[in-house]
Design a protein around this ligand. Structure first.
Ligand code: SAH
Length: 466
């Protein structure tokens, strides 16, 4: 497997200093799964290219340890030696570690200077397709060229393979480029071939510092990097989400955040909303209920007061919120029999989760507007297709109503973390579409004082499975 890095920064041979590898030498390094060789096919003042050739030894890797009993041949016959995979990532970190860390005593100023860099990954397996490849690199400002290879050139009717030749271009520091490659190459590789432990989370968060938390595909990147181990994924994601919360908020932001509370406090909208949701859940006859995106657990507490609800499960992606919820619930000083009715789960509503199946009803209170619009489809399937409780009670702000709040500047949302706020029309369209797609009927109800022209501050959809 071949990866090349080129620059036209002048003098281009400075690349040798940055990589800590002399352009005139051919160097080899032993790794636990094979060897890497680093060499320079071209090294002139105008242009310099370094090659990292990874020679994976698939037979050596399985010798003495039989891993795959179900498909014994697969451990010998696979694409590992020919594609960029997590092995390439490990090879980069082991052979180019100083460069990745941004250390270079010979040319210290170069470490922080963005230089024009081109990377070519000879073969990268991208089973999710070119769109995903672009959605990972383009937000980081890489120009992406991708060429998809057919399964077999002699048999075009067999169609495309999952393998791409990928070229990435960006003017940046070598250290940043290597860090991105280190994190992102394994994301495309869905083979589970080595153990991923919790220490991988630390690596991911360290290497992802400053860019991963804001990346629109952060969830898929995190999930892929952690080899689809759901427990690790959830932990990492919550830490990413929390890392994102601003430590020092600027005043404008604080005012905006405060605005939601004071505006809503005046109306005690919060309480009206909890009441409305509780009433709708109760009316559905539900005994086992989910509170999805339960936050600090206000609704959970409300539900606990009513004996109709025999099992109450709160789910949130933020560990911090779950901890607060747990503390609050503990303060209720419930007898043990009561405490057994309630459970808190850590999870993301973006991913199918077996733990959410088999409930009578789910509440989703002021949560959808916190999800990125393009990801709403995933949420829709998780809830309506897979969890599919008989009743779903979902609330979200009514954007039309924002006009009645003088303190909220036009075009602003009620909370800085809201990704969107729907007008009544928009919510209606979404809700009826979802209901139709998944076999539910829906009623839309106002919550809070109703303005004749603008409706109510909160809109609530009550979905019932046919
Ligand atoms: N339902 C609560 C909290 C609303 S705030 C209430 O009405 O008070 C939105 C909540 O959704 C937050 O707690 C946030 O952590 C959670 N959330 C955001 N994205 C999520 C996701 N992808 N999966 C699960 N919870 C999420």
């Amino acid at each position: 497997m071949l990866l090349t890095i080129s620059t036209t920064h002048q003098p281009a041979t400075d690349l040798g200093y940055l990589l800590h590898k002399h352009p005139d030498r051919f160097q080899s390094f032993d790794l636990s799964f094979g060897q890497t060789h680093v060499f320079y096919p071209e090294a002139t003042a105008e242009r310099c290219t370094a090659c990292v050739l990874l020679d994976v030894d698939p037979v050596g890797m399985v010798r003495g340890k039989s891993r795959n009993q179900a498909a014994p041949l697969a451990q010998y016959v696979n694409d590992r030696p020919y594609v960029a995979s997590s092995f390439m990532s490990v090879a980069l970190s082991q052979t180019l570690n100083s460069a990745m860390q941004g250390r270079c005593s010979a040319r210290p100023e170069l470490v922080t200077t963005p230089i024009p860099l081109t990377v070519r990954l000879e073969v990268l397996p991208v089973r999710a397709g070119e769109g995903f490849l672009r959605s990972v690199f383009e937000p980081l400002d890489y120009a992406v060229e991708a060429l998809r290879h057919p399964l077999d050139e002699r048999f075009p009717e067999w169609g495309d393979s999952p393998y791409f030749s990928v070229t990435l271009r960006k003017t940046t520091t070598l250290s940043e480029l290597l860090t991105h490659l280190y994190v992102l190459i394994p994301v495309f590789d869905n083979q589970k071939h080595y153990f991923v432990g919790e220490e991988e989370i630390e690596k991911l968060l360290t290497k992802g510092a400053g860019w991963l938390a804001e990346h629109p595909e952060r969830e898929r990147i995190t999930r892929g990097y952690l080899r689809h181990r759901p427990s690790l994924f959830r932990l990492a994601l919550s830490r990413l989400v929390e890392a994102e919360e601003p430590v020092e908020v600027d005043e404008g932001q604080a005012a905006r955040a405060g605005a939601e509370e004071t505006l809503e406090e005046r109306l005690s909208l919060n309480e009206q909303r909890l009441d409305a949701v509780t009433v709708a859940l109760k009316a559905s006859g539900a005994k086992r209920v989910l509170d999805l995106g339960c936050g600090e657990g206000k609704l959970l507490r409300e539900l606990l007061r009513d004996r109709q609800f025999e099992e109450i499960v709160g789910v949130d992606v933020s560990i911090r919120s779950l901890e607060t919820a747990e503390k609050r619930l503990r303060h209720e000083r419930m007898p043990e029999r009561q405490a057994g009715r309630i459970k808190l789960l850590h999870g993301s509503l973006m991913y199918r989760d077996k733990r959410l199946e088999g409930f009578d009803a789910a509440a989703v209170v002021e949560v959808v507007e916190h999800l990125d619009l393009p990801r709403l489809k995933a949420f829709e399937r998780v809830l309506f297709e897979f969890a599919k409780p008989n009743t779903i009670v979902l609330t979200t702000p009514n954007r039309d109503y924002n006009k009645t709040w003088e303190t909220l500047p036009a075009g602003r949302f009620r909370h800085p973390d809201h990704r969107f706020e729907w007008t009544r029309q928009e919510f209606q369209e979404w809700a009826t579409g979802v209901a139709e797609r998944w076999g539910y009927s829906v009623r839309i109800l106002p919550v809070g004082p109703v303005d004749e022209r603008l409706g109510s501050p909160t809109q609530m959809g009550v979905f019932t499975r046919a």
